[in-house]
Design a protein around this ligand. Sequence first.
Ligand SMILES: Cc1cc2nc3c(=O)[nH]c(=O)nc-3n(C[C@H](O)[C@H](O)[C@H](O)COP(=O)(O)OP(=O)(O)OC[C@H]3O[C@@H](n4cnc5c(N)ncnc54)[C@H](O)[C@@H]3O)c2cc1C
Length: 375
Amino acid sequence: MTSLKIGICGGGVGGLCAALALRQQGHEAIVFERAKQFLRIGADVNLTPNAVRALDRLGVGEVLRETAARPTHRISRTWDTGEETSRLPMSEAAEVRYGAPQLTIHRGDLLQALANALPEEAIRLGKQAERVEQGEPMRIHFADGTSEEVDLVVGGDGIHSAVRRELFGEDHPEFTGLVSYRAVVPRSAVPEVENLDAFTKWWGPSPDVQVVVFPLTRGEEVFIFATTPQDDWREESWTLPGDVDELRRVYRAFHPDVQALLAACDSVTKSALYVREPMPQWSVGHATLLGDAAHPMVPFMAQGACMAIEDAVVLSRCLEGVDRAGLSAALQRYEEARKARTAQVQRGSRANDWLKGEGTADWVYGYDAWGVELP
Ligand SMILES: Cc1cc2nc3c(=O)[nH]c(=O)nc-3n(C[C@H](O)[C@H](O)[C@H](O)COP(=O)(O)OP(=O)(O)OC[C@H]3O[C@@H](n4cnc5c(N)ncnc54)[C@H](O)[C@@H]3O)c2cc1C
């Protein structure tokens, strides 16, 4: 069987899924992750049916179902009155319609499940990619002074991707003027709030303010996401702390459910939101990108992780049976298969109006990464 040595920079959601999928094709895929260990950091990941179906076939669906929550509905509500402007049934209804449910899970639990499904030699921790040297073979240079020869480099190293910078230079994202806050609270802290088994988006009086709430950890925890306009904070980070009172002040006229949720937050993370245009090209030589490295998006469709998972599956399908001579053509097929869809989700996220009123989720949830026709 043909086997390529593939170096995946970044052991996040997309990188780990790519390693699993590529190993299923018989390739020697190795993840180089800059963190020294997988910690339970971050908060939520929203896995809609398009992602769950992909993960099921990677063999991790059962483990994920042990810790994830299964939202019963996807609901849009008006910020002050609480009036519902759309309600999609998920759970069993999604299984019937799309072949998989929606799962919402702590990011740490998802990463752990993916890492556990890989053999030990497939993950190297403490390896921060700094430079990518083109050639046959390719060479990845790490911050610790070591380097590794591979046939193909995959940049799965997130929004501030070093691999993207190496291939295409610095990017110039546009600040939206908004910051996002994330928090996880125990469900027992908000007994008065209804509908906590649903994925609910509270739409504000302007697109600058909104709150998204959904269950995590078998429903024992509740995830809260909110945005506020703020021009003086420009840090794009997954881990920096924010000021909860700042957040509560902006939402003080919202429905009592929203105020109760924010009152229960002990701590929040805070990140500035930036917009990036879809990239016209993802690959150079024998190096390509996936996930946030290829198409970072604002989180208003909650599809960042789902797109990374779909990328991983489609990349592996494009590389099935491919040797070094066929790599360039395979990477071209991968880009062609994925660019239009991810650009549509990037633009849809930026527009921030998806499912505000009645509408269909089929074009997002109905996508089958394992079955979609390849160019
Ligand atoms: C710490 C952290 C917490 C997050 N928390 C949330 C959250 O609560 N909610 C949410 O919606 N999204 C969160 N995200 C982002 C979310 O996981 C991604 O948007 C989405 O899953 C797309 O996945 P990805 O694989 O492209 O990127 P990510 O999942 O972000 O993975 C990128 C990985 O690459 C690693 N990395 C970065 N640079 C290098 C380098 N030079 N060399 C080697 N490795 C590198 C990072 O440590 C990370 O593990 C978080 C991301 C991170 C890194």
